[in-house]
Ligand binder design. Structure first.
Ligand SMILES: Nc1nc2c(c(=O)[nH]1)N[C@H]1C(S)=C(S)[C@@H](COP(=O)(O)OP(=O)(O)OC[C@H]3O[C@@H](n4cnc5c(=O)[nH]c(N)nc54)[C@H](O)[C@@H]3O)O[C@H]1N2
Ligand SMILES: Nc1nc2c(c(=O)[nH]1)N[C@H]1C(S)=C(S)[C@@H](COP(=O)(O)OP(=O)(O)OC[C@H]3O[C@@H](n4cnc5c(=O)[nH]c(N)nc54)[C@H](O)[C@@H]3O)O[C@H]1N2
Ligand code: SF4
Ligand SMILES: [Mo]
Length: 743
């Protein structure tokens, strides 16, 4: 058999680097970076510890290779291997029976981070008639997208241009660990230039370490900080009056609103030096072009999430840093078929949408809210991805599982997520999932969530499947490439699984493309791009134009912004129609999760009551993934809770101590380390379990011991979107003597 060399892409992070696979007899025998296609950057590959996994994991001993059906008790790790036809026939029949009994909304789905294209699942769900996609949208990306779209009419990206961007703010994100790609390189390059870099993060991250100014903000107080920056900018006359007068709505109201947010007040609330607040405001306000990137740190702060994003949007707008080179640029809608069309969201009947487990609880994050926002964004021809922005609220879906209220949810499809480790309130998620009639998990591995499933279906991974990464379709770009090989064993692409189920359930016209590659080809065809040509280039990209608001609209006048007023809404005309505020109002900074009794008991046992942030990204792991990589485990062997040196000393703790951290929700155990972060704050790892243990049984791969989501709650704090808190929550921490299983 002769060896062939085939283009393909890694998908162990969202960057999807280009590779050349040597294929012999349908098996990949070698993999080498492909400098001829996007994205390729030898420095990124040199710094990446994951790409070899494409070879190692492709036929790894712990991969799930065949459809498995539960044979014994739920969670008992007794499985029978079945054929795909048997599995899909049975799942389809059981779903039909459950829908006949309770209505199609009795089926919910769960998704996670952007590991796969989720539109095939969403299409299946829409056509099945269920609105209930229990996503992680409310805490990942949605808050940003919603507030950008309602303020500017579309989403905004930082346009970091060397020599043009005169100031860069990195706010609640740490690309050094979360995005080991060209983006982090561009920040490093920026830090080496003369232009100031400002980092807002309670931890001294790698970005903070190279910044000109680090603002170690008290978690959950970012909205106040942003309003304080606006105060200084407006009081000192640093607003871009020409831009504001022409393009912003509600400036005087905003100016009056931020008047009380003096540096002294903000310093006290945010725990920052007054001078640093003034300095940061001047750096942003005086820059000819300033860019700002925000992330999870301000996406997962419960009640504060919407006001913080709104205040950040106002900061960009009043300084005129909108759609000019080197500042914050509105993306373009895709030329190719949008996510919303692929999802076939329009096929979901109005009466089904109204049953979604977010309605009328969160008036923005629901179908009605989406439809109203869509009317705005479509004024300039752009549509936001629908399923993600209407995702159901976990606490309501869990209640529907637990109590059958407002109707029973009896079945769940879990696609590329591991809710027992990554969703909030693990004990509750576990109890709810254990009581289901049908739990289907599609994954590469026997995860803790898969261990309690009725069916575990083997997913094909990167290099066994084509990739087209389009960032939810909010920009005019897509990258990726073809599969190098057919999936090994009986693994299947997610697309094939949902198509297979859909066809069994009468969705005959909805799946015209037989394969995922055909579907991608059809998606790109609208942009005039041929799939083979795309596979050779690795990218479809059209740069966004600048100053799009000045372009002539259909009536020949400047098109403006796709908002109610046609301007950037500093004061929102839209949010009050949903009961929200016109202007960003900070909420209480912390979500309390510790009752007085818990705190008293902990203090009596020598412990302390502290604010906590969770899940700060750390290489080499990703959420609950890659703990099966022995080299990674050797390098990062145990789950860590971090406090500053001064805090450790105050609490009488030492690096290497074992600590138990608890809230009213539960407890988990970690190894203490000291790190440069704010005093009196604890930063706790997430995702930890033991993939190497025998699956099943009461400890489910060791997932109870150091699972930070045993401490969190999915009760939403934010009234419009429903965001709960992974950051800015409180906990009690105390030393324990017993060794952890990781030692
Ligand atoms: N406490 C706390 N909790 C958090 C966070 C936090 O910061 N703190 N972060 C939250 C955020 S932002 C997110 S996005 C979530 C992430 O949560 P998840 O997405 O649930 O996290 P992962 O552990 O990455 O789980 C992905 C699973 O999908 C499988 N998988 C990967 N690719 C594919 C594929 O192509 N197809 C299929 N079928 N399976 C695949 C992997 O094997 C893995 O088991 O966690 C959230 N939870
Ligand atoms: N290695 C690795 N990479 C990942 C992931 C992973 O699990 N592991 N997950 C992927 C996913 S799903 C996502 S969503 C992205 C997230 O990517 P990022 O948004 O970059 O997430 P983090 O790296 O955790 O950075 C968030 C920062 O916010 C800070 N922070 C916490 N609370 C607050 C607060 O109240 N205010 C402010 N200003 N800052 C705060 C934390 O200290 C942390 O440094 O990463 C992706 N990349
Ligand atoms: S893990 Fe990410 S950076 Fe590393 S090779 Fe894969 S896609 Fe590229
Ligand atoms: Mo995420």
């Amino acid at each position: 058999m002769t060896a062939e060399v085939k283009p393909t892409n890694c998908h162990y992070c969202g960057y999807c680097c280009a590779f050349l696979a040597t294929v012999e007899d349908g098996r990949v025998t070698d993999l080498a970076p492909d400098p001829s296609r996007y994205p390729y950057d030898e420095r990124i590959l040199a710094g990446c510890r994951r790409w070899r996994m494409n070879l190692d994991a492709l036929d790894g001993p712990d991969r799930v290779n065949y459809p498995l059906r539960r044979a014994g008790e739920r969670g008992g790790n007794e499985w029978e291997r079945v054929s795909w036809d048997e599995a899909l026939d049975d799942i389809a029949a059981r779903l039909r029976a459950l829908a006949d009994e309770h209505g199609p909304e009795t089926l919910a789905s769960a998704i996670g981070g952007p590991h796969a294209s989720f539109w095939p699942l969403h299409r299946f769900m829409n056509l099945f008639g269920s609105p209930n996609n229990m996503g992680i949208g409310q805490i990942c990306w949605n808050p940003r997208i919603w507030m950008d779209a309602l303020t500017f009419g579309w989403t905004v990206e930082a346009d970091i241009v060397p020599g043009v961007t005169e100031c860069l703010f990195i706010w609640g994100t740490n690309p050094a660990q979360s995005d080991n790609s060209a983006f982090w390189r561009s920040i490093l390059a920026f830090a080496r230039s003369d232009a100031p870099l400002v980092v807002v993060d309670p931890r001294r991250t790698q970005a903070a370490a190279v910044a000109d100014l680090w603002l170690p903000v008290r978690p959950g107080t970012d909205c106040t900080l942003a309003l304080g920056l606006l105060h200084v900018i407006i009081e000192e006359g640093l607003a871009d009056r020409a831009f504001v007068d022409a393009w912003c709505h509600g400036f005087d109201e905003l100016a009056a609103h931020v008047r009380p947010y003096t540096p002294a007040h903000v310093a006290a609330v945010c725990g920052l030096p007054e001078d640093d607040i003034v300095r940061a405001a001047r750096l942003f306000g005086r820059a000819g072009a300033a860019a700002l990137v925000s992330g999870r740190g301000v996406d997962q702060v419960g009640a504060n999430v919407a006001p913080t994003h709104r205040a950040i949007c106002c900061l960009r707008a009043v300084t005129g840093n909108v759609d000019k080179p080197g500042s914050c640029v509105l993306a373009e809608g895709p030329d190719f078929v949008s996510e919303m069309e692929l999802e076939m969201s329009d096929a979901l009947a109005p009466e089904r949408r109204a049953r979604c487990l977010n309605t009328p609880f969160t008036p923005l994050q629901c179908y009605e809210g989406y439809d109203r926002a869509r009317k705005l964004t479509e004024k300039l021809g752009r549509t936001l991805p629908e399923r993600y922005l209407t995702s159901a609220l976990p606490h309501l879906v869990l209640r529907a599982m637990e109590e059958g209220e407002p109707y029973p949810v009896r079945a769940l499809i879990v696609n590329a997520t591991n809710p027992l480790l990554t969703y909030a309130d693990t004990h509750r998620v576990f109890d709810a999932l254990m009581g289901l009639d049908l739990l289907v998990v599609l994954d590469y591995y026997m995860t803790p969530t898969a261990m309690i499933a009725d069916y575990v279906l083997p997913a094909a991974g990167a290099i066994e499947r084509p990739v087209l990464q389009v960032h939810g379709g909010v920009a005019n770009m897509g990258y990726g490439g073809p599969a190098a090989v057919e999936p090994y064993y009986e693994r299947r692409c997610d697309y094939d699984v949902f198509r297979g189920l859909g066809l069994r359930l009468g969705q005959v016209d909805a799946w015209p493309e037989e394969t995922l590659a055909d579907a991608f080809a059809a998606q790109l065809a609208r942009a005039g791009m041929d799939w083979d040509a795309f596979c050779q280039l690795g990218i479809y990209w059209q740069p966004p134009a600048y100053a799009k608001h000045d372009l002539p609209g259909p009536d020949g006048k400047p098109q403006g912004f796709a908002t109610t007023t046609g301007k950037i809404e500093l004061a929102s005309e839209f949010l009050p129609t949903l009961g929200g505020p016109r202007l960003p109002e900070p909420a209480a900074p912390a979500t309390p999760l510790c009752s007085p009794g818990l705190v008293e008991d902990a203090e009596r046992a020598g412990g302390a009551h502290l604010p906590m942030i969770t899940g700060s990204r750390k290489q080499p792991y990703n959420a609950s993934m890659y703990f099966n990589n022995p080299a990674f485990r050797q390098k990062s062997p145990h789950p860590v809770a971090e406090v500053s040196e001064a805090t450790a000393e105050r609490l009488g703790l030492e690096p290497g101590d074992r600590v138990e951290i608890a809230t009213d929700k539960g407890s988990a155990r970690f190894i203490l380390e000291t790190a440069p972060l704010r005093d009196d704050l604890v930063n706790v790892d997430y995702g930890w379990w033991h993939p190497e243990w025998e699956p099943g049984g009461p400890d489910l791969g060791g997932m109870w011991e150091s699972n930070v989501n045993c401490l969190t709650s999915c009760e939403p704090g934010e009234p419009l979107i429903g965001t709960w808190s992974y950051n800015a929550i409180d906990c009690v921490i105390r030393r324990i003597d017993e060794p952890l299983s990781w030692e």
